[in-house]
Ligand binder design. Structure first.
Ligand code: MRU
Length: 347
């Protein structure tokens, strides 16, 4: 069984998701700057996993700062917090985790705690962020399993699995929950160009669990829906606006529109930490644009002609009207999401 991210005595250890499934290797990062760079380079990816990794990186940064420059602890930590938060813009779990860590640090220092005291609290907080996410994924699995028929073919896009979380997954958590409930589930995994999270990561982790998984290219989903070969769609999210619009991996919107056209339910599974109540709708969610080489090259080999224009938005927005339900650790929210998500927040 793999560990997505963990704090070690001297660093942060990540399974290297760029190398999977051909190589199962781990990297150990020794500074918060290295952790931020690993998030940017997608050594680790997936909204909850990014937040967890950032929290571990901040705990590491706090420990190193308390040892090297205890008099400048707060100023240096502010720099590290801001740098970590800037690693990737779309997944709100990153800003959410940074805010949690900043709040703990501020509270400790304001109450007369010294840097060592703050370090101990930050280490505990980072581990709590990790452990709470695992529990949230298991709860999403239990709630979401009820949405899956006794026998079903489920389409998923990108990787919202154990690799994208502390373990178990959000969308793949729903699939795992259904399988554990004794349902006969077959998964269709979109390959998910350009980073191939579906082909490389979703296929790898579902097969490791013995779940029946079939890989398709992104362009095949609509045709299979029209032929009646898909019963439901479940995906994760990087940020959910207060009105239920969702940001997720580029291509999700296409899947959602095709699902509606073909009368197929489209579900989103995400923890409460992915809901951004400060974002009124999808148009206010920042969309990351990544390097053109991810599109023009395949594994370092150029496949497009020099001089061609390239677009590489990493995420898209699926308006709430395409979303049948949002599964969180607190239950299943239904439209209208402005009220159902707000009510879930109060629970
Ligand atoms: O660019 P990535 O791989 O970080 O994008 C990941 C996704 O879009 C996931 O679907 C999302 O973060 C949810 S992960 C539980």
């Amino acid at each position: 069984m793999f560990r997505t991210a963990e704090r070690t005595a001297h660093g942060v250890r990540l399974i290297d998701q760029r190398k999977l499934p051909l190589e199962e290797t781990y990297v150990e990062l020794r500074s918060p700057e290295q952790v931020a760079q690993a998030i940017r380079d997608m050594v680790v990816r997936g909204a909850p996993a990014i937040g967890i990794t950032a929290a571990f990186g901040l705990a590491l940064g706090a420990k190193q700062t308390a040892a090297a420059q205890p008099q400048r602890f707060s100023e240096e930590m502010e720099r590290i917090l801001a740098h970590m938060e800037s690693a990737r813009p779309t997944a709100v779990n990153l800003a959410w985790a940074v805010r949690r860590m900043r709040d703990v640090m501020t509270e400790r220092l304001a109450n007369g705690g010294d840097p060592d005291d703050a370090v101990a609290a930050l280490e505990r907080e980072a581990q709590a962020i990790h452990d709470e996410d695992l529990a949230a994924c298991k709860a999403m699995g239990a709630h979401g399993a009820a949405l899956v028929p006794e026998q079903a073919t489920v389409l998923t896009h990108c990787n919202a699995g154990g690799l994208a979380t502390a373990g178990y997954g959000t969308a793949l958590g729903v699939i795992r929950g259904a399988v554990e409930a004794g349902k006969r589930v077959r998964v269709l995994a979109d390959e998910t160009r350009p980073f191939l999270q579906g082909a490389r990561l979703t296929a790898w982790e579902l097969l490791a669990d013995g779940i029946d998984t079939t890989l398709i290219t992104d362009g095949m989903a609509g045709s299979l829906m029209r032929r009646g070969e898909i019963d439901l769609v479940v995906v994760g999210s990087d940020r959910i606006a207060a009105n239920g619009d969702i940001a997720n991996k580029i291509g999700t919107y296409t899947v959602a529109v095709l699902a509606k056209e073909n009368g197929i339910p489209f579900y989103v599974a995400a923890p409460m930490s992915t809901i951004d109540f400060d974002c009124p709708d999808g148009d206010s969610i920042p969309i990351e644009e990544r390097d053109p080489s991810e599109v023009t090259e395949l594994f370092g080999t150029r496949v497009a002609p020099d001089g061609v224009g390239v677009r590489n938005p990493a995420f898209d927005i699926t308006p709430a009207r395409y979303v049948h339900a949002i599964v969180t650790e607190r239950g299943v929210a239904r439209p209208p999401y402005v009220t159902s998500l707000a009510a879930m927040r109060e629970r």
